[in-house]
Design a protein around this ligand. Structure first.
Ligand SMILES: Cc1cc2nc3c(=O)[nH]c(=O)nc-3n(C[C@H](O)[C@H](O)[C@H](O)COP(=O)(O)O)c2cc1C
Length: 528
């Protein structure tokens, strides 16, 4: 029998790069750490039959999908998702890249100049390290979407996260196809990669399909792509990688991850069969990932990578005021609510936001209901009009309209103003939407006078995270670093996976053996 003094099981589970053997002695089970050669020596020494269970090494860099990591030059399959208005800041994207992961700069809601400034900064500092930018579908402003794509092409941004798309658009197809060629070996090379973010199957189908012929022809007619680019586009999917987005912060269909991911994985297999793409399709998971257990579950279900958002907003690198970060650190799982979205207000789209400590979800909902029920602001009953003007807009409706007009003039979107001048319902929508837009800005800037109107996008993940880190150094926002948290989730996931491998071999775990408390990056590194 091996005579090692057994280590406590938790210590062994943390040594994720080495195997564990459970050895039956006369009256108990001992756990020892050995490499796989132990199988041979133990059997040679005729003690092999005492091996009751085996746990392999589960390395961080073996989580997720090899092909996905290779495609994007990643050490670890972890993405810090885009958060609009630059909340996923250049600093956040940098720290992810410097730690073997990746972040998407939150370009949504920013003007082109701001986006360009950040492109230049990130290109200069990260060179060839992995990073990307967000392309969020602009339902009411296709010109902005195209201008953003032009900017990405101009600066050779070769990876984007495409979100909120309900169908393929000329701008998105243009980005994907531009620059595609066939190399000397006849292999199709596609310089621009799209990682789609999707919660609906019908949209996932469009992303896993080649670009729609109609849009390809349109781009060809406009002279934006060449004949060769058009022809080759028939052999590539719109997106090689797709993030299945379950119930999350911001825009969400509130889909449960447990049902969404298997469906998207099945779809991936169906499209690989149908199209025989040269490079494999990959599906990652986002929405609710905030603890080692949820990260382990995602990888266990077959996610190629994981993507987080809500938890990163409370981190030091997030470009949002400290007051909001403090509010986020206090949030529990039920402290979130769905509220009308500023960008797709008229069609009733919703975003998930924090409800603890702000009246935004209630106020925004009131505005949406009144908009739905009335054809103009004047039609609304006097009491509601007064409440809107005094409490919500904190301005007379016509004054709010004047500021709204100024905003649209500044952004060059004068079509909206013209339409509103002939359509009082549209005018009401623009004014209400401007409140929704400003409420995000107040939260970012920390405008304490409008604290009750803070619009803070976040999902239940933040509550799960706060619960997990209670009592640890990560309880306060000042210590929350995006990459360190990511490493904690992945390291913790490896421990959870190893503990569950032991359990399914019928080995009862001592109490607390599978618990993993947050650790400093330096401490984790000692195990890697
Ligand atoms: C504050 C905030 C802003 C977000 N803005 C965007 C955005 O502009 N574009 C986008 O693709 N996703 C956006 N998201 C979604 C995240 O990228 C990510 O997919 C999501 O937060 C993951 O789910 P989780 O919140 O449960 O972690 C945002 C999320 C948050 C919390």
């Amino acid at each position: 029998m091996p005579d090692e003094t057994p280590n406590p099981l938790n210590d062994l589970l943390m040594q994720v790069n080495t195997s564990i053997f459970a050895i039956q002695t006369e009256d108990k089970i001992n756990f020892i750490s050995k490499d796989n050669n132990f199988f041979f020596t133990a059997f040679k020494e005729n003690t092999g039959h005492h091996i009751k269970a085996f746990v392999p090494a589960v390395r961080l860099e073996n989580l997720g999908d090899e092909g996905f990591k290779k495609r994007h030059g990643l050490k670890y399959p972890y993405i810090a998702g885009a958060m609009a208005n630059g909340i996923t800041s250049a600093a956040m994207v940098k720290t992810m890249a410097q730690n073997g992961m990746m972040g998407f700069f939150g370009a949504g809601g920013l003007c082109l100049e701001k986006i360009e400034e950040n492109i230049i900064d990130l290109k200069n500092s990260l060179k060839d390290k992995p990073f990307g930018f967000n392309l969020i579908h602009s339902l009411g402003d296709p010109d902005h979407e195209m201008a953003t794509v032009d900017l990405y092409l101009k600066h050779k941004i070769t990876l984007i996260s495409a979100a909120a798309f309900m169908r393929m658009t000329p701008a998105l197809v243009y980005y994907r196809i531009k620059g595609i060629y066939s190399d000397s070996k006849g292999q199709i090379v596609t310089p621009n990669h799209v990682i789609a973010k999707v919660s609906r199957i019908e949209i996932a189908r469009q992303f896993f399909s080649p670009p729609p012929e109609k849009l390809v022809s349109l781009l060809l007619e406009k002279g934006l792509i060449t004949q060769q680019e058009a022809q080759l586009s028939a052999y590539i999917p719109m997106a090689q990688d797709l993030t299945a987005e379950a119930d999350s912060g911001g825009h969400t269909d509130n889909r449960p991850a447990l049902t969404l991911l298997p469906t998207m994985l099945a779809l991936k297999n169906e499209f690989m069969e149908t199209y025989h793409y040269k490079e494999p399709l990959c599906v990652g998971l986002a929405g609710g990932i905030a603890t080692p257990e949820s990260a382990a579950a995602a990888f266990g279900m077959g996610a190629a990578y994981i993507l987080t958002g809500s938890i990163n907003q409370s981190c030091v690198e997030a470009d949002i005021c400290d007051d909001v970060k403090k509010m986020l650190c206090l949030a529990e799982q039920a402290d979130v609510a769905m509220a009308p979205a500023a960008d797709m207000f008229e069609i009733g789209a919703k975003v998930q936001v924090l409800k603890r400590g702000t009246l935004f979800p209630v106020r925004a909902d009131k505005l949406f209901k009144l908009y739905r029920a009335h054809n103009s602001f004047d039609d609304i009953d006097e009491k509601s009009k007064q409440e809107i003007q005094e409490k919500i807009l904190q301005a007379k409706f016509e004054d709010a309209w004047t500021s709204t007009k100024e905003f649209f003039h500044k952004t060059g979107n004068t079509k909206e103003i013209e339409r509103a001048q002939n359509d009082p319902k549209h005018k009401m929508s623009l004014v209400f939407r401007s409140y929704l837009g400003l409420s995000s800005k107040w939260a970012i800037q920390g405008n304490l006078e409008r604290k009750m109107d803070y619009q803070i996008w976040c999902g239940p993940a933040i509550g799960a995270f706060n619960q997990w880190v209670k009592g640890s150094f990560l309880e306060v926002h000042e210590n929350r670093k995006t990459a360190e948290i990511a490493l904690n989730l992945m390291f913790g996931a490896c421990i959870c996976i190893r503990a569950s491998i032991l359990k399914i071999q019928g080995i009862p775990l001592p109490r607390g053996a599978d618990l993993f408390k947050p650790m400093k990056k330096k401490e984790i590194s000692a195990f890697l």
